[in-house]
Each structure stands twice: as C-alpha cells, then as structure tokens.
Design a protein around this ligand. Sequence first.
Ligand SMILES: [Zn+2]
Ligand SMILES: [Zn+2]
Length: 139
Amino acid sequence: MTLVCVVPCLYCDGRAILPRQSRLGKFQGLPNPTTASWPAMFLCRKCERTYLGLAGTIRPSDEQLPGPMSGHVPALWQIEFECERENCGEPHVLYSRWLEGDTAGRVEALAVSASSQVPCRDGHSVQIASTKEPEMWPY
Ligand SMILES: [Zn+2]
Ligand SMILES: [Zn+2]
C-alpha cells in the first residue's frame, strides 16, 4: 500500500495531504520537510479554522487520494496574501487541502473568512479582503 504524508489539524481530525515533492519538502511515505518552510499555516477544510502545521506532526497515512496516484491528482492549495492592516503589508501563505469540486474562488473566500485567525507582526491578526489567485499543487 502506498502511504501519503499528512499534516493533522490541531483542533479536529481533519488532515492536509502533502504533495510528494514541493517547496515544503519530499513526502514519499516518510516525512522529509524542508526546514525553512516549516512551521507553516494550514486552513482545515473540516472545521475551517487555521492551524500551525509543525514538521514534527507530519505522519504517513493510508488515506486515499481522490484519483489514481499519478502526478496530476490535486492535493494542496497554496493561498498567498498580504495583511491589509495600515502600515503592515506582511506577506502570508496558507495551505489547504484540495477537495473534490473545489474552485480557486471558493478557496479564496474560505481564506478571507478565516484570515482573522492568522497571527501577524506585533501581535495583531491578519486583515485581508482578497488573496492572490490560489494555486493548486498536484500530488
Ligand atoms: Zn480542523
Ligand atoms: Zn499585519
């Protein structure tokens, strides 16, 4: 059986599946995260809260991908945005699991509604009204 690597949500049993190879690292059955990319912020598709994904929580799982194990199965969204609070402009990235039927617009709307949970500089929370076009990463 082929194992995928997942990042579990801190609040529920939701999980994000990591692509086999991306800037987050190599995840072919065993976690091999790129140190500079972790911890990373994730948006859970089950409880719709954001959580800090820690490299140490990445684990192999026998979770099924929504399709054959080819390079073209969608796995993860990358959503980039900047904090729009006055004099801030800090760039942020949220990662989110790809779900069947997803569109970039739906994922952007979720990210905007959840962004106030994302910590920014100096202790404030991110304020955004829109994101860059969310990018889908294949497995
Ligand atoms: Zn969750
Ligand atoms: Zn900010």
